[in-house]
Write a protein that binds this ligand. Structure first.
Ligand SMILES: *[C@@H]1O[C@H](CO)[C@@H](O)[C@H](O)[C@H]1NC(C)=O
Ligand SMILES: *[C@@H]1O[C@H](CO)[C@@H](O)[C@H](O)[C@H]1NC(C)=O
Length: 307
């Protein structure tokens, strides 16, 4: 009896110790927000979301900029919950690296690491800069962020994508914009065309610069299908230098196996309206890509398509 009691006591004090000293998690109801990003980490069965900015639910306008309280949150999916319960199930991960929106975000599940690249700090006209050019969060053993060194070439961008490649160790960072919120170095293009490639297994020099795309995209969606990354939607810089929507009847493809760029038409009975900040997700059982939401022509899209 005494033994059981003391073991219980030991376990609960250990949990308390972990809670206070390492994990620093607490349940919260996150305020509704946009322009954050999330990854699912299968080893811990948790969704991790970072950053974003608050919008007014009444006017749809930005309601706050650099002042953000709960930047890094997680949702444990191991417990059965109803949809209604989910909003009470978020936990704050008390390790953040400052306000950020429109960053590149990708999970490296085999390495138990979350990768973040660039972003736009506080969307406050450049007053709040993103803290690290790129950073990684390791779930075990440190449960903390660290800056990626050596740094990626080029000034940070925002509105780009970071996509995990088929080897589960390489991340492909492409698109986005450099402006006064990210900084632009002398002589640097505001719309980078190059593919920046990050290999987590190469600790000495993790970055290489891959081939340039014919055009640059911002606020596009990305999804890996076999060994290729499919980029759809967003905006692009036209040959005359104007910014326009990317037509939704084409997909720009980067083949990770040979570094080749190509463009393919999307045919079908419906073509989604042009949009930015939407998502594309592969349904592995069928190989279909599900395109969801985004914003176009000043309004939020609630529609869903199969590609
Ligand atoms: C950045 O550019 C925006 C739009 O041109 C402008 O409103 C803002 O004042 C600029 N911020 C800085 C710090 O120059
Ligand atoms: C990468 O991870 C996926 C999903 O777990 C798995 O199906 C695939 O075989 C992995 N590929 C490699 C090269 O490890």
């Amino acid at each position: 009896m005494g033994l059981i009691f003391s073991r219980k006591y030991f376990i609960s004090s250990l949990l308390l110790f972990l809670n206070w000293n390492f994990l620093q998690v607490s349940a919260i109801i996150p305020q509704e927000r946009g322009d954050q990003d999330c990854v699912f980490m299968p080893t811990v069965a948790k969704i991790y979301c970072y950053g974003g900015q608050y919008y007014s639910s009444v006017t749809d306008a930005l309601s706050n900029t650099a002042v953000m309280d709960t930047l890094f949150i997680s949702l444990d999916l191991t417990e059965q919950r109803t949809v209604a319960d989910l909003q009470n199930a978020w936990e704050r991960v008390d390790r953040d690296i400052g306000p950020n929106s429109f960053f590149g975000f990708a999970g490296l599940p085999n390495h138990n690491i979350i990768f973040m690249d660039g972003g736009a700090g506080g969307i406050d006209g450049g007053r709040t800069k993103v803290r690290y050019k790129s950073a990684t969060f390791d779930i075990e053993p440190n449960n903390d962020w660290s800056s990626v060194t050596p740094e990626r070439p080029g000034t940070p961008v925002n509105g780009h994508k970071a996509t995990l490649g088929p080897d589960n160790s390489t991340i492909y960072v492409w698109g986005g914009l450099r402006n006064n919120e990210t900084g632009v170095a002398m002589g640097e293009d505001t719309h980078p065309l190059s593919m920046y490639i990050f290999d987590i297994t190469n600790t000495q020099s993790p970055w290489t610069t891959g081939p340039a795309a014919p055009e640059s995209y911002q606020y596009h969606a990305a999804v890996l299908v076999d060994s290729s990354i499919y980029y759809t939607g967003g905006t692009y810089r036209t040959p005359s230098g104007l910014i326009d929507y990317v037509p939704m009847n084409i997909v720009r493809i980067y083949d990770t196996s040979n570094g080749q760029w190509s463009t393919h038409p999307i045919t079908g009975s419906v073509i989604p309206t042009t949009r930015v900040r939407h998502t594309t997700t592969l349904k592995p059982s069928t190989g279909e890509v599900i395109l969801f939401g985004g914003r176009g022509a000043g309004k939020t899209c609630n529609d869903k398509y199969l590609l």
